[in-house]
Design a protein around this ligand. Structure first.
Ligand code: AMP
Ligand code: GLY
Length: 446
């Protein structure tokens, strides 16, 4: 089977690694930057912008690709899956219409409303600053402000984290509308959900979903969740598939929500095939939907894909064939801690072209996994670009052992101008999350 993976980040390196482990599969890839990890695993690769649909399809045809998966959201938004399907290339990723669940936040909220799906938040969209202000006042300034289109996870601002009070909230709303942040002169305002965030990813064939272990990502740049939001600085998961603050029934509530979204999309006439990603806030009233993504998460893919014992390519095929209900996921019962190595200044102004020395052999010996992201390979080192550089994933039975493995491996990544959130997956930070939830529950019973 010839399989094509589109995308060149660490998430796609993890996807390629899962494809590579699959029996009887030859891997081809398309990426904008030459990811050294993906390049090594691929029989052949094309360096091309992932949204350049024609070139991707031409390459897929030339390599007689029989199955494709799309890593990032940008090619989904321009309809790469629709075009590939027209050319007879099977793809286990959603069409442009189904991917709207990620690319159009307003539509996502309207689907939840229309199908009465649990986990909703009060929300409204505005093109008029004055009308928006009434709604902001109604919610007492406790809101999240979201540009409508894609902003790479960086356009969203939340009260107390990024602004305080009704006036500052109104000012950001005005900025989004006037500067068309996200591509539209429109803004989505949501009630702020208070709790702990978690990610739930699942495979979908349009009818059945197979959920994966829950993961907690860390979007904020600096230790102790300070600083600006980023694409994600690292993440962890636990051997039971839950999180230290997330119970089985809460996990099941979240899978129920994803299942209902899949059913709703089917009824809307845009059957969703591919990995789906739910970002939830666990509140005292259960999980609330923060966003839905039409792909694996980055970094969250790196927590779950290395645990897969089932044949990944078989699952991809089953998504296309609509037979996930006949499959059962086999996963290693292990915990994972993923930490990203990013260039100094990342999230503000990255230091580009800085050297990073990666001792792959020593990293391998620790038992950790290495996934390259956006770097350029030079002789015996790689250099930074403006994006995240590489990720290390520690894997062990117990969470804190996985964290230790991750740190051990990180010793073999050396650079003068790199930055890592070392607190991810540490007992101190994880326990803070547990305490936070306990405190919120306590406040309710008082
Ligand atoms: P998004 O790009 O929608 O994932 O938003 C980025 C981050 O902002 C999320 O990971 C949350 O931490 C936070 N956020 C978004 N929406 C809300 C909300 N309604 N309530 C609280 N926090 C939110
Ligand atoms: N981890 C956030 C995302 O993939 O969007």
């Amino acid at each position: 089977m010839n399989m094509l993976v589109v995308g060149g980040g660490a998430r796609e390196h993890a996807i390629c690694d899962a494809v590579y482990r699959s029996k009887n599969t030859t891997l081809y890839s398309v990426m904008k930057n030459k990811n050294p990890g993906i390049a090594r695993l691929s029989k052949d690769f094309l360096l091309e912008k992932e949204t350049n649909v024609e070139s991707v399809i031409e390459y897929a045809k030339e390599k007689q690709v029989e199955l494709a998966i799309i890593g990032p959201e940008a090619p989904l938004e321009v309809g790469i899956v629709n075009e590939m399907q027209k050319k007879g290339i099977p793809v286990c990723s959603p069409t442009r219409e189904a991917a709207r669940i990620e690319t159009d936040k307003e539509w996502m909220r309207s689907i939840l409303k229309k199908y009465n799906i649990p986990g909703q938040l009060k929300c409204e969209t505005f093109t008029d600053v004055g009308k928006a202000k009434n709604f902001i006042e109604e919610l007492n300034g406790e809101i999240a402000v979201k540009p409508i289109g894609l902003t790479g996870g960086k356009g969203v601002k939340v009260s107390d984290d990024h602004f305080k009070g009704i006036n500052e909230a109104s000012r950001y709303v005005e900025e989004v509308i006037q500067n068309r942040i996200g591509g539209h002169a429109k803004v989505l305002i949501e009630e702020k959900a208070v709790g702990e965030e978690f990610t739930l990813q699942a495979f979908s064939d349009g009818e059945t979903i197979l959920p994966l272990p829950a993961v907690q990502d860390h979007k904020r740049l600096l230790p102790d969740d300070k600083g600006p939001n980023t694409g994600g600085m690292g993440s962890y998961s636990c051997n039971d598939g839950l999180l230290p603050f997330l119970s089985k029934s809460e996990y099941e509530e979240a899978t129920g929500i994803l299942q209902k979204i899949i059913e709703a999309l089917r009824r809307e006439g845009c059957t969703y095939i591919g990995p789906i990603y739910g970002q939830f806030m666990l509140t005292v009233d259960g999980p609330k939907v923060i966003e839905i993504n039409a792909r694996f998460g980055d970094p969250e893919a790196m927590n779950v894909l290395p645990l897969l014992e089932s044949d990944f390519v078989e699952i991809c095929q089953a998504m296309i064939d609509g037979i996930l209900n006949s499959k059962k996921l086999r996963l290693k019962k292990q915990s994972t801690v993923c930490k990203y190595v990013v260039p100094e200044g990342y999230g503000v102004k990255s230091m580009v072209g800085e050297k990073i020395y990666v001792d792959e052999e020593k990293i391998k010996n620790t038992g950790a996994k290495l996934f390259y992201a956006s770097v350029n390979k030079e002789n015996d080192y790689v250099t930074t670009t403006s994006s995240r550089s590489l990720a290390i994933v520690g894997i062990a039975k117990e969470l804190y052992d996985a964290e230790k493995t991750c740190e051990k491996a990180l010793q073999y990544v050396k650079g003068e101008h790199i930055f890592i959130r070392h607190d991810i997956g540490t007992k101190k930070l994880v326990e803070k999350r547990v305490e936070h939830m306990k405190k919120l529950h306590g406040m309710i019973t008082i």
